[in-house]
Each structure stands twice: as C-alpha cells, then as structure tokens.
Design a protein around this ligand. Sequence first.
Ligand code: ADP
Ligand code: MG
Ligand code: MG
Length: 248
Amino acid sequence: MLEIKNLHARVGDNEILKGISLTVKPGEVHAIMGPNGSGKSTLASVLSGRDGYEVTEGTVTYNGENLLELDADVRAREGVFLAFQYPVEIPGVNNMYFLRAAVNAVRKHRGQPELDAGQFLKTVRQTLKLLDLREDLLNRAVNVGFSGGEKKRNEIFQLALLDPKLAILDETDSGLDIDALRQVSDGVNKLRSPDRAFVLITHYQRLLEYIVPDHVHVLSQGKIVMSGDKSLAAELEKSGYATLGDAA
Ligand code: ADP
Ligand code: MG
Ligand code: MG
C-alpha cells in the first residue's frame, strides 16, 4: 500500500530526512517512535504534501502511484488521512459543515452520491455512537477553543467519517489525559480493519499499550535506526532514547 524508499527531504537548507525506507501493507499498524527533533513530523508533512518540504531523493509509492506527485487534497481524496500534531483551527467555519464538505469531496471522488444535511447527520450520529463521543464538538467552529483532548477526539471522528485506507497520526497522544487517551485509542482500535493501515507517530510508548502495533520503527536524526515488533517499544521505554546518541 505504502512504499517509502530512501526518502531524503529538506526544509530550507537543512536536510532533515536522510534516507528513510518503510513498507506498509493493508491492515498493518506501524508505530514510528523517536526523540524530539528526529524528523517524525517532517516525515508526516512530506507524506501529506505540505508546502515547504522538499524531497531531494527517494520515492514514495501509494497503491502503485507516485504519492509525491499528487496534490495534498488529491492525496486525501485517494484515501490518505493525516492528523497533524497541531490541528488547524478554522474560525467561523462550523465543524459539522466542514466535515460534510470533506466527506462529500471524498465520496464524489469515489463515485458515491453526496450526502445531504439529513443523511450526513445520520452518519454522524452512528459514528458518535461507535466512538462513544458527544455531539457538542460539532456545532462549534473547527478546533477553535478545543482543548488538546477535544482536538484529538475530533481527529478520530474525522478519521472515522472519511474512512481512509491509510491513516497517519502524528503525536495523537501528546497532551492527553488518561481518559482521552483511552477514548482515542479505543477509536483507533475500532477503526482497524484488514484493508486499512495506520502509521502512528509517537514520542511515548504509552499509546502503544492501548494500540498494539504490528511493527515498531525508531527514527533518529532522520533515519530509521531500528525496527522490530511491539516489544521494541517496551524496551525503549526502559532504556530511553539516550542510547541512540541524541537528546530524548
Ligand atoms: P519530531 O517530530 O521528531 O520532533 P520534526 O520533524 O518536527 O521532529 O523536526 C526535525 C528537525 O527539523 C528539527 O531539527 C526541526 O527544527 C527541523 N524542522 C522541522 N520543520 C521545520 C521547519 N518548518 N523549518 C525549519 N526547521 C524545521
Ligand atoms: Mg517534536
Ligand atoms: Mg513532531
């Protein structure tokens, strides 16, 4: 589904990613761990097609297509979902309205009929129930004044509605109290399926106690320096990142 080969990328004059290779198959959950500044968010940004990140070497293939050549909004419509470490706030735009527009853009791309307000509300209610979320986030402006936990819950809600094939979550766990963490993790677990893959980017091992990954990779100074199964995350929790030779 996703094949990253020898990916190098820079921001301005700084080379941040220095040769990343990673293969993600449908149904798999990959965790990418690593100290602050190792390039985790940069990898997420490159995969999402964010402005300002220049790929200097390597390839990224998504379902056989060159992902790097697709516009960011096309990537989203083709089933790539990206949740950023710092979700954007959109003052003046109602969350429900925003979500319906996003869902309908995806549906249109897939040749499915668009949902009117009534149909969308029905889908929304089912999804709220599935994820055990409350409706109160829907009638506010997108992410404006949301607490950290509310933003992350809203992300999982977006994820469920958009039904992507590949979901990349950057630091979904940062700043969450234990209840929010559990709710967000339960949401991800419910959304796991044989045809959907997740890439979970996290600094902490804590998230991986709730969402058990199939593969764990450790990023350090722009390279994957270790890969293993879930036990690697537990080992890192004990030894810390200091052994990698950079600040945790
Ligand atoms: P992580 O998510 O692992 O903490 P980042 O990808 O955010 O790491 O950052 C990796 C390195 O790239 C850091 O040294 C950071 O300062 C630098 N960097 C990331 N984004 C930018 C940017 N937009 N402008 C300048 N430097 C950046
Ligand atoms: Mg960081
Ligand atoms: Mg980051």
